[in-house]
Design a binder for this molecule. Structure first.
Ligand code: PEP
Ligand code: MG
Length: 582
């Protein structure tokens, strides 16, 4: 048994598929005699491919670029011709009957070791060149259709796969989802990371922070993963498998039974209406949100349009996307968040913009888009143009100062002026709001509320920045505590500031979808919750079981208390209380 943090609920039963830094870990298998020549042909064609790539790269180097660049490519071309790379792996395939990738991996390990042991520091660094060249060949080998492996492992290829990786970013998870996997295990990562949020949205049972899983798990090994409690079982016996299959079935049944609440209004026992909205990461989720009874999209994360793309999406592409989403929700409100990349959501098109040592405190979200207007302006224009087709609001992530709000407002007004001149229609009164995700923003909420149309509390980042814990780091995840008095007081401050200024406020961090906190947040005055569509039914169930008037006095005491233990005691009291026995 291995332990990690359960970050996306659900049970997965399947076989381990080990990956290394987003790439499949190199598998070793025996190649039968009659397929050896074909295996060597595979290696030679990958070698040719790598050579052609480098030659092409060389012709693309613009004139005027320093000679070192072409020297560097020439050096890589020479390495390809060296017998250590061009012939040694072939000999190994012939002698050991191993697959070409395995032979190349072994050769890489040997060469890297030789370089690492060199006295001369300059020569030692040349091991990076070896790695580059070998990776280039390896990529081509892995991309090839591999008849040998298919021939040898037909069942393995079709068994449900549980991915085991050191760490995965959101782009990796999107790619894996397209290959329909059963579950994910990572050695690092925490429940509030964007990767975890995405895994939850995609309903992929996931355990993160399962340290050393690469050491303990083997490729193809049967696994059971429990995303509810973070437990991973290896080589289970039949009765354990039967038990978990039953649990899987029960969870499916619970989902079906909760779906009966779909058309019921979210109103508490004492008649307080609550708006439950959807956080949407990918347009595919809109259907699920409507099925779960959600109408409005409280947070449309637009990063997916930019992930795994070498070039930025055009204004037209973005407009088409936003328009189709707002049309799908048929008269409900779509809150589009402008691009929030940087930190744990890097994208290839901006890779060189982000070289900070401390990316979570660096050029992320609105800071990045205000600096690189090629990111911001097409998105503002696309949002405005889509607003002609339905109720759209624009929301800005990671605002920390009034100055940023004013800059965004100026750009918005300028684009309205230009679009009008160009003859486009749009909503001239498009609502503009900010996410409150830093202590600075939460403490400035009163001022922000005077300048904006709405606020939305992003508790994932607000907790990260208030408690000084990296939301992606499993080692400090134990410090993540939504009941910390500082976090609670900041949330309350934002709700109060919005009420005072008569503007709507929602909460769209993961806290909104955790039904253990529903009563507390209702007692704090929150009436709009935005969450992953899959969590909507559970939260609705909790709303239906709450009496706000009974909750409020306890919440008042919580907000007064500086003591953790007292806060926990009161919190448990709130959740224990049954509205039927009041
Ligand atoms: C948040 O920070 O709470 C939030 C909703 O934004 P994200 O998780 O996308 O950073
Ligand atoms: Mg955030």
């Amino acid at each position: 048994m291995l332990h990690g943090i359960g970050v996306a609920r659900g049970i997965a039963i399947g076989k381990a598929y080990l990956m290394e830094h987003g790439q499949p870990e190199i598998a070793e298998y025996t190649v039968p005699e009659y397929l050896i020549d074909a295996e060597i042909d595979r290696y030679n064609s990958a070698l040719d491919g790598a050579r052609n790539q480098l030659i092409e790269l060389r012709t693309e180097v613009p004139s005027g670029v320093p000679g070192e660049v072409t020297d560097f490519i020439d050096a890589h071309l020479l390495m390809l011709e060296d017998s250590a790379i061009s012939r040694a792996p072939i000999k190994m395939v012939r002698r050991q009957h191993c697959n070409a990738e395995w032979a190349l991996k072994q050769q890489r390990d040997t060469l890297v070791q030789v370089f690492e042991e060199m006295e001369d520091p300059y020569l030692r660094t040349r091991k990076d060149d070896i790695d580059h060249v070998i990776n280039r060949i390896m990529q081509l080998l892995l991309q090839q259709e591999n008849d040998t492996q298919e021939l040898l492992e037909p069942e393995e290829a079709s068994a449900p796969r549980i991915i085991v990786a050191h760490n995965l970013n959101t782009a990796d998870i999107l790619l894996l989802h397209q290959q329909s996997i059963a579950g994910i295990i990572t050695e690092h990562g925490a429940p509030n990371s964007h990767s975890a949020i995405l895994a939850r949205s995609l309903h992929i049972p996931t355990v993160m922070g399962a340290g050393n899983s690469h050491r303990y798990l083997q490729d193809g090994e049967p696994l059971i993963l429990n995303g509810n409690n973070g437990i991973i079982l290896i080589n289970s016996d039949l009765s354990t498998i039967a038990h978990y299959t039953l649990l899987q079935q029960q969870q499916r049944e619970r989902k079906v039974s909760l779906s009966r609440l779909r058309s019921q209004a979210a109103v508490t026992r004492d008649n307080v209406s609550v708006s439950l909205q959807g956080n949407v990461e990918l347009p595919d989720e809109i259907d699920a949100m409507l099925q779960a009874g959600g109408r409005d999209i409280g947070l449309y994360r637009t990063e997916f349009l930019f992930l795994n793309q070498e070039t930025l999406p055009s204004e037209e592409e973005q407009y088409e996307n936003y328009r189709s989403v707002v049309e799908q929700i048929d008269g409900a409100t779509l809150t589009i968040r402008t691009l929030d990349i940087g930190s744990d959501k890097p994208i290839p098109a901006t890779a060189e913009m982000e070289s900070a040592d401390n990316p979570a405190l660096g050029l992320r979200a609105v800071r990045l888009t205000l600096k690189y207007l090629d990111l911001l302006i097409p998105q503002i224009r696309a949002i405005l143009r889509a607003s002609a087709h339905g109720k759209i609001r624009m929301m800005i992530p990671m605002i920390t100062s009034m100055h940023e709000i004013v800059q965004i407002q100026n750009h918005l007004e300028e684009e309205k002026r230009l679009l009008k001149r160009e003859g486009f229609s749009f909503d001239p009164a498009l609502k503009l709001g900010a996410m409150i995700e830093t202590p600075a923003a939460a403490l400035s909420a009163d001022g922000f509320a005077q300048r904006l149309d709405f606020l939305s509390i992003g508790t994932n980042d607000l907790s990260q920045y208030t408690l000084a814990i990296d939301r992606t780091d499993d080692q400090v995840n134990y410090l993540f505590d939504p009941l910390h008095p500082a976090v609670l007081r900041l949330i309350h401050n934002v709700i109060q500031a919005s009420k005072k200024n008569g503007i709507p406020v929602s909460l769209c961090g993961e806290l909104a979808g955790d039904d253990r906190y529903t009563r507390l947040l209702l007692g704090m005055g929150l009436r709009e919750f935005s969450m992953s569509p899959s969590l909507l039914p559970e939260v609705k169930q909790e709303v239906l079981n709450t009496r706000v008037d009974m909750t409020e006095p306890l919440v008042e005491q919580i907000l007064q208390s500086p003591f953790h233990d007292e806060i926990y005691r009161l919190f448990e009291q709130i959740n224990r209380f049954s509205p039927d026995h009041s």
